[in-house]
Design a protein around this ligand. Structure first.
Ligand SMILES: *[C@@H]1O[C@H](CO)[C@@H](O)[C@H](O)[C@H]1NC(C)=O
Length: 209
C-alpha cells in the first residue's frame, strides 16, 4: 500500500515537473489564427530573450477630437503576453482632452497616474465612484464597468494602465451608439435623445442613417 502511494506521488510529481517545463511560457505564433484559448505557441527553440521585451510604449498621437493618445502593448504586438493575462497601455491626454465613456468587458484596469491631473470614474447601477488623480496615484476599474478619464488639470496628463488580460476588448459607448448605420430615429427613440442631437453625434463619430 505504502509503495503504491509513493509510486503514485512520484508519478504525480514527475508529471507536474514535466508539465511545468513544457508550459513555462507560450509566446504567440501570430501567423497562426487565434483560438478561444489564445494563439498557438511558437516553438520553444525559436524563442529568444527578444521575445520578452517590448519597445515603443511612447506617447500616442493626440491630434483627434478627444485630444487622447493611446499606445498599447498587448498580445497582438507583444506576443510573449500570450496566455499570461496581462497587458498595458500608455495614455496621453492634452489639456481639455478626455477618454470617452467605455468598458473593457473582459478585464480589470489598473490606472497608474504619472503626470498632470486626471479625473477618473466608473458607474454601476447603484453607485458613482470618481476621484481626481495626481502623479503617483492608482485607481482600479473593476471589469466590465462603464468608465472615463478627463484631463482636469493644466497641461498634459499622462499615465499607464495595466489590464488583467493580454488582449482586452474595448467598447466605446458613443461609437456603439453613433458610429454605425443603426437608423437615427431608432437611436433617438431608444436613448431618449433628440433626433438632431443623434444626427450631430453620428456625424462626429462616423455613423450614418
Ligand atoms: C491634426 O489633424 C488634422 C486633421 O486630421 C490635420 O489637418 C492637422 O494638420 C493635424 N495637426 C498636426 C499638428 O499634426
Amino acid at each position: 500500500m505504502k509503495i503504491i502511494h509513493i509510486l503514485f506521488l512520484f508519478t504525480f510529481i514527475s508529471f507536474t515537473i514535466c508539465h511545468a517545463s513544457v508550459n513555462d511560457f507560450c509566446v504567440a505564433d501570430l501567423k497562426a489564427p487565434i483560438t478561444n484559448s489564445g494563439y498557438p505557441c511558437k516553438p520553444v527553440k525559436s524563442v529568444t530573450s527578444d521575445d520578452f521585451v517590448f519597445h515603443g510604449l511612447v506617447a500616442g498621437n493626440t491630434n483627434n477630437s478627444f485630444k487622447l493618445g493611446v499606445t498599447a502593448a498587448s498580445v497582438t504586438n507583444f506576443p510573449a503576453l500570450n496566455g499570461l493575462g496581462v497587458s498595458t497601455i500608455r495614455v496621453d491626454i492634452e489639456e481639455g482632452g478626455f477618454a470617452p465613456m467605455h468598458t473593457h468587458p473582459d478585464a480589470t484596469e489598473l490606472i497608474i497616474s504619472i503626470q498632470g491631473e486626471a479625473t477618473v470614474g466608473f458607474v454601476t447601477p447603484t453607485g458613482v465612484y470618481t476621484k481626481v488623480l495626481k502623479s503617483g496615484d492608482l485607481f482600479v476599474i473593476p471589469p466590465g464597468l462603464l468608465h472615463f478619464v478627463v484631463n482636469s488639470g493644466k497641461g498634459k496628463a499622462m499615465g499607464y494602465a495595466a489590464f488583467s488580460s493580454e488582449n482586452p476588448s474595448t467598447q466605446i459607448t458613443d461609437l456603439l451608439l453613433f458610429g454605425n448605420n443603426l437608423p437615427s430615429d431608432l437611436v433617438a427613440k431608444t436613448t431618449l435623445l433628440d433626433l438632431a442631437q443623434v444626427k450631430k453625434l453620428k456625424a462626429q463619430f462616423g455613423g450614418s442613417g
